[in-house]
Write a protein that binds this ligand. Structure first.
Ligand SMILES: NC(=O)c1ccc[n+]([C@@H]2O[C@H](COP(=O)([O-])OP(=O)(O)OC[C@H]3O[C@@H](n4cnc5c(N)ncnc54)[C@H](OP(=O)(O)O)[C@@H]3O)[C@@H](O)[C@H]2O)c1
Length: 214
């Protein structure tokens, strides 16, 4: 696939590199310096390029949205028309200090995104994983017991693409249901962050769901 990265920071930079290593074409966009985007593309290999958000969106089979909540309007305006595009969002609706969710319980960042990009096909994924864990999971991706990664959304085809990308990065995709389930995934992501950074788990923490009983 051709994947446009909107936001090439900790999450976008790492996921974009892993998508390229898994064989996808990747366009890194949206950082404060063009040099950084070029460096990411060089490290990610032959399948990766640096570009503008509009170039990342053009011809993309999927877009990864990986910017702070406050940057949504700017990056989407720069991306241009995203009608019909699959947007996989790993972003969380956080305040400026990243201490609290600014949307919760009755809506979610994903549902609010869907209202901004009415004609796009949105999925939430990767937002419950600390960026530090991504490379080690990718390197261990042939293990039988992979860590789980939940995703949700209302568009079936978009969810198939998201599940493929989740698998390519070395996780076991767990379909959590429709877009409204993001209301529960987003606070869950903060629990994972709490355990990773403030508990004893360390940032390498990754979780696995096992079915119990029937
Ligand atoms: N980090 C994690 O472990 C993690 C895990 C799960 C979910 N998330 C979520 O993923 C989203 C992104 O997080 P992140 O940690 O990847 O953030 P980040 O490292 O700050 O990345 C954000 C990207 O946006 C770019 N950017 C910010 N302001 C800009 C501007 N004015 N013009 C152009 N580019 C600009 C940054 O540029 P520079 O590269 O130049 O700084 C960076 O590339 C957030 O919603 C976060 O809640 C993060």
């Amino acid at each position: 696939m051709r994947i446009g990265i909107l936001g090439s920071g900790l999450m976008g930079g790492k996921l974009g590199t892993l998508f390229a290593r898994a064989g996808h074409e990747v366009v890194f966009s949206y950082a404060r310096s063009q040099a950084k985007l070029k460096r990411l593309a060089r490290i990610a290999g032959d399948k990766a390029l640096a570009g503008t958000p509009a170039e990342a969106a053009q011809g993309a089979d999927a877009l990864l949205l990986a910017v702070h909540w406050s940057r949504f309007p700017d990056v989407l305006q720069q991306a241009g028309d995203v009608s019909g595009k699959i947007i996989v969002s790993c972003s969380l609706p956080m305040n400026a200090g990243n201490t609290e969710l600014v949307v919760a319980h009755t809506s979610s960042g994903l549902e609010e995104l869907a209202k901004i990009v009415l004609k796009a096909r949105v999925v939430a994924a990767f937002n419950s994983v600390p960026s530090e864990v991504l490379f080690s999971v990718y390197e261990g991706r042939r293990r039988a017991k992979r860590p789980s990664l939940v995703y949700c959304g209302d568009d079936k085809r978009a969810k198939v693409i998201a599940a493929t990308l989740i698998r390519d990065v070395g996780f076991d995709p767990v379909d959590a249901g429709p877009a409204r389930i993001a209301r529960y995934i987003e606070p869950f992501a903060l629990l994972v962050a709490q355990l990773a950074y403030e508990g004893e788990g360390g940032p390498e923490l990754a979780y696995r769901f096992d079915r119990r009983g029937k």
